[in-house]
Design a protein around this ligand. Structure first.
Ligand SMILES: *[C@@H]1O[C@H](CO)[C@@H](O)[C@H](O)[C@H]1NC(C)=O
Ligand SMILES: *[C@@H]1O[C@H](CO)[C@@H](O)[C@H](O)[C@H]1NC(C)=O
Ligand SMILES: *[C@@H]1O[C@H](CO)[C@@H](O)[C@H](O)[C@H]1NC(C)=O
Ligand SMILES: *[C@@H]1O[C@H](CO)[C@@H](O)[C@H](O)[C@H]1NC(C)=O
Ligand SMILES: *[C@@H]1O[C@H](CO)[C@@H](O)[C@H](O)[C@H]1NC(C)=O
Ligand SMILES: *[C@@H]1O[C@H](CO)[C@@H](O)[C@H](O)[C@H]1NC(C)=O
Ligand SMILES: *[C@@H]1O[C@H](CO)[C@@H](O)[C@H](O)[C@H]1NC(C)=O
Ligand SMILES: *[C@@H]1O[C@H](CO)[C@@H](O)[C@H](O)[C@H]1NC(C)=O
Ligand SMILES: *[C@@H]1O[C@H](CO)[C@@H](O)[C@H](O)[C@H]1NC(C)=O
Length: 782
């Protein structure tokens, strides 16, 4: 019993001794395995094994890391000049080994099947060595996360099947080995955790599977120097984390759909060696560094778009070497240097856009004259020098964007030959001299920005012929002279900024006809009255800094004297009206009558040509009246009122509609019939012709007392009829005013044609108009 008891009593300590023995046996085995490794690599010129001494704990050996059980977990001996054959049979008996890193050494021999006993391995690097023979199947290494076998001398077939089990694989680097040729391994595209795939130069043939797009974690994909063919699968765009893609030295076709990614890093220098590269789209990425300077120089290069990156360095000089390039788009980078001279000859270019960089120097003259370019955009750089007369050759140029540079000199008058121009932006430069008169020949010009330069001289009248102008800014120059009257002719002008110049004289009344959402004439030397329709508080800031201006309605400005500032043209007109008002009126009505007939004759005439709402010309000369009557589209000039006198609601809301035109027309009729102007001192304070006539009628004074004394008695009846129409047209409530169409009808019924018959030819045009109106009577200043 006692023996039994004592042996029972000693059982735990025996167990402990037993365990300790086993443990130290394992320890000594691990030591043995490591010493075995050291011996195998004894010819290495390295000091790393100096600490590998049997008297020391293995965990203190250089390159060895142990786990908490003091068992070998990691061997890190890369770049140690190791020479010899790996004793994998002993290494793989290290039960806890999860990292074996032996890259960049001089190891040789074959890699044996024993590797399969390293089942715990998560990290295996045998890359950059001198092994021979095939690489074994390693299906048992299912824990592997990082596998480096690149450039290690392996040949034969690679055991792709082994990868099936390695579902956690993050790094697969097997490139630069002389494997047998074979198709793209399907096992690879199932490794969805892959972040790094290096399969350059490992004899892959055939196409890249679409499923490559499943590897969404990839940051690096290198498949260069294989025998890949066919299209690059479009699924490649799903690789949102990719920062490097190398596919060169294959026979792939199709395009590189790489734009709008988060590609970062530099564009590989190899891009410059792509002998067949014709299109490069890498815009909106985060690429840094320079563009390869040989880029696009080998073949019939077509286009480059690397806009919106962080690229530095110069523009590659030879992309148009073969004379086939169509687009150079490098907007918004940090490129430096000059525009390479070669592009001046690149007559195929459709777009030249280098804006928002740090480019400098003179723009090669030929660039201005690129015959097919629709956009030349060099904005926001540091370019200097002039725009040369070559611009006359730029027949296709629609957009010339040169803003924010240091360009200087005069704008060549040849710019008028670039007749496709829609947008000219020269703002914020050092341009000087006169604005060429020839600019008026640009009939498509819609936007003209010359602000913040040193232009001098006057604004050319010819701008009034740029009928497409919508937006014009000449602010902050040294322009002088008067605002051209012709600007009022611009039917779509929407924004006009002439501030901060030395412009003098009156604001032409013609400007009342413009529908401007922005008007800035501030800080000039303008004088005289602010035209009625512009004289509203909303425009108050538009005129500041012009001490000579006056206004009837904006209290900020001095008050105008009633007769001040009446232009020559208005005086002429009043003179004409006084003499021939009834004739004109009659002519007008006849004209409407004839026009209407013409309308029925000519079905192509649009209904809208009767909608006269877009005309509010303030003043006009006799010639213009005649022209206007001849040109159906300008009828409104005549009917819109001698002073651009406008309906009350128009003044406040600045909204124009037919009803306000009818009002203006009514005022003209009143002026014609009464021989008075819209505003006369005799009407009293704040009273106009409409008030005056209605007060006359209220007091039951004879209607005849309103009529112009120059009207012959025989025509008084017609004149009264016209006056009635005028009163209807000027009803206070817009809704009460008749439509223009009915006004015309009413005028026809009033039969003023009788009056004018002598002045109108049979064909309905004023072919004798000048004589009819009496040109000598109406000439100015008579
Ligand atoms: C061994 O390495 C040392 C220092 O790195 C070097 O000076 C020596 O030339 C090398 N010897 C051989 C044989 O490579
Ligand atoms: C793996 O190790 C076991 C026991 O240690 C051994 O019997 C077997 O031969 C080894 N297998 C290989 C492929 O080395
Ligand atoms: C090749 O393998 C080495 C380790 O041997 C590794 O550091 C390197 O990143 C690998 N190269 C590529 C391109 O994967
Ligand atoms: C692998 O290369 C060795 C020489 O380095 C050669 O003897 C052997 O035939 C090659 N094997 C294959 C499958 O190409
Ligand atoms: C192109 O790939 C082939 C096949 O891998 C290789 O032999 C050749 O050296 C590569 N050429 C370049 C320039 O990389
Ligand atoms: C290059 O891009 C142009 C314009 O998008 C296209 O017409 C041409 O076909 C492309 N060339 C190739 C080889 O894809
Ligand atoms: C250009 O460089 C400047 C300063 O180095 C930097 O602030 C800016 O963001 C860069 N622009 C782009 C588009 O990379
Ligand atoms: C442009 O073309 C002309 C005539 O073909 C040639 O003389 C000149 O050297 C070319 N210039 C450049 C910069 O390519
Ligand atoms: C007119 O242009 C000048 C110069 O660019 C600018 O400072 C000013 O704000 C513009 N006026 C308006 C009303 O935008």
């Amino acid at each position: 019993m006692s023996t039994a008891y004592s042996s029972m009593q000693h059982f735990p300590s025996m167990l402990l001794i037993c365990f300790l023995f086993l443990f130290s046996k394992i320890k000594s085995d691990e030591l043995q395995m490591l010493l075995n490794l050291k011996t195998s690599l004894k010819n290495s010129n390295t000091t790393v094994f100096d600490s590998w001494d049997s008297n020391k704990p293995i965990c203190e050996f250089t390159g060895i890391t142990c786990n908490s059980d003091k068992s070998v977990k990691e061997i890190e001996l890369s770049k140690q000049n190791l020479v010899g054959v790996l004793p994998l049979d002993s290494i793989c008996q290290l039960q806890s080994l999860d990292k074996l890193s032996l890259g960049y050494n001089f190891l040789h021999g074959t890699i044996t099947n024993h590797l399969n006993n390293c089942t715990k391995l998560q990290y295996l690097d045998l890359g950059n060595n001198f092994f021979t023979g095939p690489f074994p199947d390693i299906s048992s290494l299912s824990q592997l996360q990082h596998l480096y076998l690149n450039q290690s001398g392996f040949n034969g077939s690679f055991p792709w099947k082994s990868l099936q089990n390695m579902i956690g694989l993050v790094t697969l680097s097997v490139g630069d080995n002389l494997f047998n040729r074979g198709p793209f391994p399907n096992e690879v595209v199932k490794l969805t955790k892959l972040n790094w795939l290096y399969m350059t130069s490992c004899s892959i043939e055939g196409t890249i599977p679409e499923e490559i797009g499943n590897l969404i974690e990839l940051s690096n994909l290198e498949l260069s120097s294989n025998y890949l063919s066919g299209e690059i699968p479009s699924q490649i765009v799903k690789l949102r984390n990719l920062w490097q893609l190398e596919l060169f030295n294959n026979t792939l076709t199709g395009k590189l759909p790489l734009y709008s990614n988060k590609l970062s890093g530099e564009i590989p220098a190899e891009f410059g060696e792509f002998k067949k590269l014709v299109n490069v789209s890498l815009y909106q990425n985060e690429l840094t560094g320079p563009l390869p300077q040989k880029l696009g120089s080998w073949t019939n290069f077509d286009f480059i778009d690397v806009s919106e990156n962080h690229l530095t360095g110069p523009i590659p000089p030879d992309m148009c070497k073969k004379g086939t390039m169509t687009r150079l788009l490098v907007l918004q980078n940090n490129l430096t240097g000059e525009i390479p001279a070669g592009y001046a000859n690149c007559s195929t270019l459709l777009r030249f856009r280098v804006s928002k960089n740090r480019l400098s120097g003179k723009v090669p003259a030929g660039i201005w004259g690129l015959p097919k370019a629709n956009i030349i955009d060099i904005e926001m750089n540091q370019f200097e020098g002039p725009v040369t007369s070559d611009i006359g050759n730029a027949k296709a140029l629609g957009q010339l964007s040169l803003g924010n540079n240091r360009l200087s000199g005069e704008l060549p008058e040849e710019i008028s030959k670039a007749t496709s121009l829609v947008t000219i932006q020269l703002n914020d430069n050092l341009f000087s001299g006169k604005i060429p008169v020839s600019i008026g020949e640009l009939k498509l010009l819609s936007s003209l920005h010359l602000e913040n330069n040193k232009f001098s001289g006057s604004i050319p009248d010819s701008l009034g012929s740029c009928y497409s102008l919508t937006d014009m800014n000449m602010a902050s120059n040294s322009l002088s002279g008067e605002i051209p009257f012709t600007l009022g002719n611009l039917p779509s002008l929407n924004s006009l900024n002439l501030s901060e110049n030395e412009i003098s004289g009156p604001i032409p009344g013609s400007m009342s006809s413009l529908r401007l959402s922005l008007l800035d004439l501030s800080h000039n030397r303008l004088s005289g009255p602010i035209p009625q329709s512009l004289s509203i508080e909303a425009y108050h800031g538009s005129f500041t800094g012009n001490p000579g201006l006056c206004s009837r309605t904006i209290s900020f400005f001095q008050r105008c004297y009633p007769k001040s500032g009446v232009s020559k043209e208005v005086r002429t007109l009043i003179l004409c009206f006084a003499v021939g008002s009834m004739i004109l009126l009659a002519a007008l009505a006849c004209f409407f009558h004839l026009k209407k007939r013409e309308k029925y004759r000519d079905r192509s005439l649009k209904e809208e040509s009767w909608d006269l709402k877009s005309f509010h010309v303030l003043t006009f000369t006799e010639d213009e009246i005649l022209d206007a009557i001849k040109q159906e589209n300008l009828i409104g000039k005549v009917i819109a009122g001698t002073h651009g006198y406008i309906a009350p609601e128009y003044g406040y809301t600045y909204k124009v509609n037919e009803k306000s035109d009818v009002y203006s027309f009514g005022v003209v009729l009143m002026e014609l019939v009464s021989g008075k102007r819209a505003i006369e001192p005799e009407f009293g304070d704040n009273k106009d012709i409409v008030d005056w006539i209605s007060s006359k009628l209220k007091t039951k004074e004879s209607v005849l007392s309103i009529l112009d004394s120059g009207i012959p008695e025989s025509f008084e009846e017609e004149a009264v009829r016209v006056l009635r129409i005028a009163i209807l047209c000027t009803a206070r409530l817009p809704a009460m005013r008749p439509a223009m169409r009915s006004v015309v009808q009413m005028l026809e019924d009033a039969e003023p044609c009788k009056l004018a018959s002598s002045a109108i030819g049979k064909d309905g045009v004023f072919n004798k108009g000048r004589e009819g109106l009496g040109s000598e009577k109406c000439s100015p200043d008579q």
